[in-house]
Design a protein around this ligand. Structure first.
Ligand SMILES: [Zn+2]
Length: 330
């Protein structure tokens, strides 16, 4: 475990938020501490486990790596796809997404960074037969590489991705629940920014630490997923991170589900269940709708981002640097 400084602003001043352990897969009871940066408000694990220490928290049955990834994720995938659809096809405008055409004759070159079992890529293949689809993941499960359907998948360490693809070669890059897992989100995002075309877009989904459910459930908030989630972003800190990496946010859309609430409730009650009680799910779902789904279901956020104009950031100048320098955000 390493004591680290804030990844966004470099400050070492932070406030302890809570201490908790792995409640999702329950690998062990080791305690980890979540802090909030006193300067830029980024929430992160500190001390932070190294990649070597984290290996055991990603066992072969980790849901993201299973083809039968259905515990909570069927619902989350649907919410994610709906969220993306809303983001890229705003009802009031037909011209806001130059890469999307109604007849989908486009041939976008797309990268899913942290593609897991490749399910999202396959769902994209169904919707977009002409797109050139690439996946990249750290997984050691070699079966993922042979998902077929003309989807190319590379399995390697995240920092090697630059050696596989040329600069500015992707129209769209997806990071679906990935950024919170990486040790250095600044280096990762800067590296991916170099792969994005000037008029391309990145779509980033991360848990939302500003969620009303975090305020209610605290250490039992399901998306904390300690210790696999090393960073927790809010719309504000995600925007700061993007600016530091030469990106700017076009739009943020919040999503969530009753299943996430039920999981959090189980944690709070100390119930260990792999399957969710359908009756409880129905009750929570109805309650969420009654109370206002839009502001209750905010567990995660999907941000649509683009390259910032050159005068907005000088981050591109030191794109390969992993040094966490002093930021200028306030
Ligand atoms: Zn900070």
């Amino acid at each position: 475990m390493n004591i680290i400084s804030c990844a966004i602003c470099g400050s070492t001043n932070s406030k302890k938020l809570l201490t908790s352990h792995d409640k999702y897969i329950r690998v062990d009871n080791t305690k980890f501490t979540l802090v909030r940066c006193s300067v830029c408000e980024l929430v992160y694990l500190n001390p932070q486990p190294t990649m070597e220490e984290l290996v055991k928290y990603y066992p072969s049955h980790y849901p993201s790596y299973l083809p039968e990834y259905k515990v909570l994720e069927e619902n989350r995938l649907l919410a994610f796809l709906k969220g993306i659809k809303k983001l890229i096809t705003p009802p009031s405008s037909s011209a806001s997404s130059p890469n999307e055409t109604s007849s989908d004759t486009s041939r976008l070159r797309v990268l899913d960074f942290g593609c897991g079992s490749g399910r999202f890529l396959l769902s994209m293949r169904l919707a977009h037969p002409l797109w050139e689809l690439h996946g990249f993941d750290i997984s050691t499960n070699k079966e993922i590489k042979s998902i077929g359907h003309d989807v190319s998948i590379i399995l390697d360490a995240p920092d090697t991705i630059g050696s596989y693809f040329e600069h500015e070669s992707f129209d769209r890059i997806y990071l679906n629940n990935v950024l919170e897992h990486v040790n250095d989100p600044v280096a990762t995002l800067r590296m991916l920014t170099t792969l994005l075309r000037l008029d391309g877009e990145m779509v980033i989904e991360v848990p939302n630490i500003d969620s009303i459910k975090f305020k209610i459930f605290r250490s039992n908030f399901f998306p904390l997923e300690i210790p696999r989630h090393l960073y927790h972003f809010s719309p504000l800190t995600l925007s700061k991170l993007c600016r530091k990496c030469g990106l700017s946010i076009i739009e943020v859309h919040k999503i969530g589900s009753a299943k996430g609430t039920v999981r959090s409730l189980y944690y709070a009650l100390g119930i260990h269940k792999d399957k969710i009680d359908p009756l409880l799910l129905l009750v929570i779902d109805k309650m969420s709708k009654l109370l206002g789904e839009k502001w209750i279901n905010d567990d995660s956020m999907i941000a649509r981002v683009k390259k910032a104009a050159p005068n907005q950031s000088d981050a591109q100048k030191d794109v390969l640097s992993t040094h966490r320098d002093e930021g200028t955000f306030s």
